[in-house]
Design a protein around this ligand. Structure first.
Ligand code: HMG
Ligand code: MG
Length: 295
């Protein structure tokens, strides 16, 4: 069976824009977020409070949160790796954060400057303090299927890292296929390793064209929260070979075709993608955006 309703967790302003060669002006980011809310999104990952030298594309996080319009009922989580990031997020009225762990040793070093083990020492006080402030905390676990340096990631290792992140007090764990190498059988096996879909979300990058098929496998396993990015933009600057995320429009086309509710207005999403593509100076990689755009 399939769920009746799926929450699309939109990561375009964060995962999408963190990977752009040129820094997008803050006014464009604010308009982007506003357009996403107007198209029916209820969760929009707005930006990251990471080190500004590590991700200069999102160095304007504080400014964005100051100018950004917030629609009641819409959640605007931000990425936070450490206590310094949490302090900055709290100063700007954030009510929901996402920590981001690695399932592999090499990516923990490259993305977080930590070991696999010491990442938990960084995250534990962040989650504890965030919960004290009444924030909701999501966790990501990256490189769930494979890692560019280590090859396939053992499922038991992903389950252990993911379980430890959840046990810090996170309400949700998003399984990240950072480099898009996963396939549907691997997806169901990983969800089984967690004992089922409870608190799990999925985050597929479409590098190998598997993101939609993998999403369908996750839905059949009972997952109801799916991460996607406007027009399929995105990638991680610290993972070579990471390309765009699953495109929101491609996901919504499939879900609506299956009769699964999303609350999203597909024409408005396509219009937003087309608008953003013009700002970024290149066409959207999404097949649905291409098919539905006026030529
Ligand atoms: P570090 O160099 O180990 O940091 O970096 P540190 O703790 O040693 O601190 C060094 C200095 O940086 C200190 O300043 C800190 O205050 C400052 P000093 O005392 O020397 O003047 N600092 C900060 N300043 C502002 N904001 C902060 C912050 N933290 C420290 N938050 C760190 C460690 C985690 C900060 C760094 O590695 C980092 O920023 N990494 C982020 C990388 C990133 O954003 N990657 C992309 C997102 S993850 C992703 O895309 C995957 C995902 O989509 C899922 C998937 O696809 O799998 C989520
Ligand atoms: Mg990602």
């Amino acid at each position: 069976g399939l769920p009746e309703r799926v929450t699309v967790y939109e990561v375009g302003p964060r995962d999408g824009l963190q990977n752009e060669a040129a820094v997008v002006p803050v006014a464009v980011k604010a308009e982007f977020v506003a357009r996403l809310a107007a198209a029916g999104h209820t969760v929009i990952e707005a930006t990251s409070f990471v080190h500004p030298r590590w991700v200069p594309q999102l160095a304007d996080a504080a400014e964005l949160l100051t100018v950004m319009e917030r629609v009641p009922g819409v959640r605007y989580p931000v990425l936070v790796p450490n206590e310094r990031g949490l302090d900055r997020a709290l100063e700007h009225g954030v009510t929901e954060i996402a920590i981001f762990g690695s399932a592999t040793e090499t990516f923990a070093a490259k993305n977080l400057n930590r070991t696999l083990e010491s990442q938990f020492e960084m995250f534990a006080p962040v989650v504890a303090r965030a919960l004290e402030h009444g924030l909701k905390v999501r966790a990501y676990v990256s490189m769930c299927f494979g890692d560019p340096w280590e090859g396939p990631t053992p499922i038991a290792q992903v389950a252990e890292v993911g379980r430890r992140l959840l046990d810090l007090g996170c309400h949700e764990l998003s399984l990240g296929d950072t480099i898009g190498v996963g396939t549907p059988g691997h997806v169901s096996a990983l969800i089984d390793a967690f004992g089922g879909p409870d608190r799990l979300a999925v985050h597929f990058h479409d590098t190998y064209g598997q993101a939609l098929a993998n999403t369908l496998a996750a839905l059949r396993a009972g997952v109801t929260v799916v991460d996607a990015s406007t027009g399929g933009i995105g990638g991680c600057p610290y993972a070579e070979s990471a390309t765009g995320n699953l495109a929101t429009e491609d996901l919504v086309w499939m879900l609506h075709g299956l009769g699964v509710e999303t609350g999203l207005d597909l024409p408005a999403l396509v219009e937003t993608s087309t608008w953003l593509a013009a700002r970024l100076g290149r066409p959207s990689p999404s097949r649905v955006v291409q098919a539905l755009s006026p030529r």
